[in-house]
Design a protein around this ligand. Sequence first.
Ligand SMILES: Cc1cc2nc3c(=O)[nH]c(=O)nc-3n(C[C@H](O)[C@H](O)[C@H](O)COP(=O)(O)O)c2cc1C
Length: 159
Amino acid sequence: MITVIMASPRKNGFSSGLLTDFLNKTNEPYKIYNAYELSAAPCIGCGYCKENGNCVNRDLDELFDSILASQRLVIATPIYNFTVPSPLKAIFDRAQVFYEHPVQGNRKLHLLVSCGRSGEVSIPFTEKIVKTVFDNLGFSEYSTEIQNYTDDTEAKLCP
Ligand SMILES: Cc1cc2nc3c(=O)[nH]c(=O)nc-3n(C[C@H](O)[C@H](O)[C@H](O)COP(=O)(O)O)c2cc1C
């Protein structure tokens, strides 16, 4: 089972193209969560998760249950201002519960990322964030697939 987080607002954009190519190469069942549709409540730094082992907001329970039940996680995302778009960043912040209560595992995370420019700074930066967050959810293997310089490519039509 693969859990997928799709984090571009553009349903037919570059990140979507990377995701389609990825999924076309696998026979495993998968479930896609759209970060914009989830619209996760932001972490409010209240410390509830440290004491209680879960979040005061329960809107991401299904997503995190799915991730922990999966051997693989795919994150398909564009780069916005050197890192991920805010709906995905909100999910990363909400993973604070796993910083407080880490989960062991040998899961694999595939980062599919598209960016308008070279990604020379933004992609290592984003990889570092992703690895830091998901190490706490039992991810020990990481791969990154990049489509860069999309600003120079004739963009697929929105949305
Ligand atoms: C708000 C915004 C911020 C962006 N910031 C960056 C950036 O910092 N670096 C970069 O290389 N591209 C940046 N881009 C370009 C996108 O990463 C690029 O167009 C990407 O391929 C879009 O992916 P999508 O088609 O999946 O939505 C930005 C685009 C938007 C809309």
